[in-house]
Design a protein around this ligand. Structure first.
Ligand code: ARG
Length: 290
């Protein structure tokens, strides 16, 4: 306590102590996996010869929606479209902060028609939609935390898109370079544990980032939870947190333990069928921040 007084800040050890975090009700947009499949390969997880069990995928997805609702969150749905097997990954469709919607502009040609479908939904829900000129895959690469938006690049969303998005939202964007093709979207390597309290906090897999980006993350988030490669490969970092409950892949056993140690409440939801397309819980979830 004396040290804290002299330094004018909380010593790290005390902020790392287990505490009870409050949860904040969220508004999520999702898309039923009625036409979900792996029909092309645009990331290393996708194999056209590995069949998807559509019925199992649907059941897993329904469990996720039920878990969100059971924890007090609002869930809205956009109609799935035949011929768009990745449309279930709603997180890639936009970034919504303060009621402003920046739409998407997909890297892969196969996914480009999804942008208009989501844009139509947002317009019908009363939002204006700004279309990005550069390749921009929404919350897949853009993660709001505290005062900043963390912005991934390297495989999909470009630096030009970060600049466009910063101009649109008027919030500082922190560019981070992804270097491992298994973690081609920022939301496969990092998620926000707390996005609204002070500077917020995150969990991430350091090796997914360039050396400089790792330093940036260590500097901004000294209390982050660091995940192992096993947890990251189990889609543990493709999690959704409401500040208290963390909807997380049960296969990420190390991370599940670490979350509980730090005072979060892990809510395991198995989306294994979606891992075949390179997606998990967060990929299926677009947050609408008013
Ligand atoms: N098959 C999709 C793709 O490669 C998966 C997208 C996963 N979404 C995400 N937010 N990481 O584009």
């Amino acid at each position: 306590v004396t040290t804290a007084f002299y330094l004018g800040r909380t010593p790290r050890s005390s902020s790392r102590r287990k505490r009870r975090y409050p949860s904040v009700p969220r508004r999520y947009l999702v898309c039923e996996p009625r036409y979900f499949d792996v029909r092309y390969a645009i990331n290393p997880w996708m194999r056209e010869d590995a069949p998807v069990d559509t019925a199992l995928a649907l059941a897993q997805w329904q469990n996720l929606i039920a878990a969100y609702r059971a924890h007090g969150h609002t869930v809205e749905t956009v109609q799935p479209v035949p011929g768009l097997p990745d449309m279930v990954f709603a997180a890639n469709s936009a970034l919504v902060v303060g009621g402003r919607v920046l739409g998407s502009n997909f890297h892969a040609e196969q996914r480009r028609p999804e942008s208009a479908e989501y844009e139509t939904w947002f317009k019908s829900a009363g939002f204006d939609v700004q279309r990005p000129e550069s390749v921009c895959e929404g919350e897949g690469d853009l993660v709001p935390v505290g005062r900043y938006v963390l912005a991934g690049t390297g495989f999909r969303t470009t630096r030009e898109a970060h600049a466009e998005a910063q101009e649109f939202f008027g919030v500082p964007f922190i560019g981070l370079r992804l270097v491992d093709p298994y973690f081609y979207h920022l939301d496969t390597a990092l998620f926000a544990l707390n996005d609204r309290e002070g500077d917020g906090n995150i969990a991430y897999y350091p090796e997914a980032f360039s050396a400089g980006s790792r330093e940036v993350l260590a500097h901004l988030f000294p209390d982050a939870i660091l995940a192992t490669r096993d947890d990251a490969m189990a889609f543990g970092l493709n999690s959704v947190s409401d500040g208290r409950h963390v909807f997380v892949a049960p296969q990420a056993t190390g991370l599940v333990d670490r979350l509980a140690e730090r005072g979060y409440v892990p809510v395991p939801v198995d989306l294994s069928e979606f891992h075949k397309a390179g997606g998990g819980i967060k990929c299926c979830t677009q947050e609408i921040r008013s």
